[in-house]
Write a protein that binds this ligand. Structure first.
Ligand code: CMP
Length: 140
């Protein structure tokens, strides 16, 4: 583990409801530092490339439509064991299974509209960060 960086997205269901500050507060309270952050509106093609690993899944088209429907906040979080810590703070993918106090328990609307995305491993974190940010945009 050690000191890590992970990639995070605050999804359209959360930006629409003006929840970005409340979600960032949960990251910061958990000891994660936001070292890069920007608000973007992805095209469906950009969302499709980001989620390419899910391209054979039945929910892929709906996922890409949703992620390109409205602006998102893409961000890089840094800290001790940042990848697993972020996944703890997010809670389970399905909000019905998410532990109390997690972002998805408090804010997610459904399995698809689940407020946040976070990298699942160091390799994917590196790929996902590089998809949205250049090195000089990461300010630790
Ligand atoms: P995320 O961590 O962004 O990675 C893939 C996303 O697909 C996931 O969160 C969910 O929001 C979305 N999704 C929609 N339906 C499903 C499903 N049945 N199983 C897993 N993920 C799903």
């Amino acid at each position: 583990m050690g000191f890590e960086r992970t990639f995070s997205i605050i999804k359209p269901d959360a930006t629409r409801r003006n929840l970005t500050g409340k979600i960032n507060a949960k990251f910061e309270e958990a000891g994660l530092r936001i070292v890069a952050q920007k608000r973007i509106h992805m095209t469906k093609e950009q969302a499709g490339k980001f989620y390419e690993v899910h391209s054979e899944r039945p929910f892929y088209d709906e996922l890409c439509d949703f992620m390109s429907s409205e602006p998102v906040i893409v961000q890089v979080l840094e800290g001790e064991s940042a990848i697993s810590k972020n996944r703890e703070v997010m809670g389970a993918t399905n909000p019905a299974d998410a532990a109390p106090g997690t972002i998805r328990a408090d804010f997610a609307e459904s399995m698809g509209e689940n407020s946040v995305h976070g990298s699942d491993a160091p390799e994917t974190a590196a790929i996902e960060i590089a998809y949205f940010f250049s090195g000089i945009e990461l300010v630790g």
